[in-house]
Design a protein around this ligand. Structure first.
Ligand code: BGC
Ligand code: CA
Length: 350
């Protein structure tokens, strides 16, 4: 009996000691003192070529920051697969798990209000990106931010590439010598701000430069390469070698058009194709001459802006330190023109 009492006494002392040591510093990783920042990211479609580039950049920037920050940074990326109801459920989950910030690449940019109301109720700021909510929604709360690009500029620069080529050597573009450029326009998703603005500013800039245009066809391929390839195949059947220029609202669709051009039997010069985004495959196409140029939509700067806003809010930092923040909530990055003249520069750091 006495032996049992003694043994149980020793055990009690031992367990008090072990539980005490668990409360104090863990010498291996010091985990007791590290605060975690949780950033939830919901994407309209993860397989979108440009969106996947931004996402990867956000993850890389977060990893780098974590290595010299006192915070553990968790970036949780989920795919809404083109469904608003999936996206709404994903936001619910981030809210219920107390995420610090929610980054939203909206499925439907005209329907942000439900998501905003949920986040506002839970006091979790939102950083929208790439698919801009309407102004009225952006006014609903003072903890809403938007990161995107200067869409007008991308349309103007795309036009410049064609204007410069035309001025340098008209015959390289105006194959039938009628003094006009016969073109087709492949548009992104209807209702996406970058689609309509790029199309408008591209056409406007060409005509402002005194060059006459003749539209052969204009249609959406929803940002997708395969749809653009199908569309372009139809247009080649319809217009044959009449097509002199293919304007595309993004690179992925431009690459689809190039695929259709390569599979068709076009007599004489192939049409010139110009895209937007500067994704790696497009830079390679500019390098090998199948694309006359592209416009870099700065996914690194956008990812940095998305991350900086999120991190600063989560750590209660000074928002004035964020570069380029306009009206306290918008960041719109600028673009760069890329042709065979300067593509090597960008191929090196892609
Ligand atoms: C990009 C497209 C992309 C779209 C997705 C645009 O800004 O240029 O490549 O598909 O955003 O929302
Ligand atoms: Ca012509």
């Amino acid at each position: 009996m006495r032996l049992i009492k003694k043994l149980s006494g020793i055990l009690t002392v031992f367990s008090i000691f072990t539980s005490l040591s668990a409360c104090t510093a863990n010498p291996i990783n010091n985990s007791y003192s590290v605060k975690e920042i949780k950033i939830g990211v919901t994407l309209y479609k993860q397989d979108d070529a440009f969106i996947s580039t931004i996402t990867k950049n956000i993850e890389d920037i977060a990893k780098e920051k974590e290595s010299n920050s006192k915070y553990k940074i968790t970036i949780d990326v989920v795919d809404a697969k083109g469904s608003s109801s999936n996206q709404s459920n994903q936001v619910d989950k981030f809210v219920s798990q107390n995420y610090d910030i929610i980054c939203v690449n909206l499925v439907d940019r005209t329907a942000a209000s439900m998501i905003i109301d949920k986040a506002k109720l839970a006091n979790i700021p939102i950083v929208f990106f790439n698919r801009e909510p309407v102004e009225e929604d952006m006014q609903r709360w003072n903890k809403l931010y938007y990161v995107g690009a200067q869409a007008e500029q991308s349309g103007e620069m795309q036009a410049n590439i064609i204007v410069n080529a035309y001025k340098k050597d008209i015959s390289s573009i105006d194959k039938n010598g009628d003094g006009k450029i016969q073109y087709v326009m492949i548009e992104g998703e209807p209702g996406h701000q970058d689609s309509s603005i790029r199309t408008e500013y591209c056409i406007k800039t060409i005509t402002q430069n005194g060059i006459e245009l003749e539209k052969l066809a204009d249609d959406t391929a929803n940002w997708q390469s395969a749809q653009a390839s199908t569309k372009m195949t139809q247009w080649i059947k319809e217009f044959g070698d009449k097509i002199e220029v293919v304007f595309s609202n993004n690179d992925d669709m431009a690459l689809g058009a190039i695929n259709a051009i390569n599979n068709a039997n076009i007599i004489g010069n192939k049409p010139l194709v110009v895209g937007i985004d500067g994704i790696p495959k497009a830079l390679e196409a500019v390098k090998n001459g199948s694309m006359i140029g592209t416009i870099i939509n700065d996914s690194k700067a956008q990812a940095k802006a998305i991350f900086d806003i999120s991190y600063t809010l989560a750590t209660h930092g000074n928002m004035n330190s964020i570069e380029g923040l306009e009206k306290g909530k918008y960041i719109r990055t600028s673009h760069t023109e890329v042709t065979s003249d300067n593509v090597d520069l960008y191929l090196e750091n892609k």
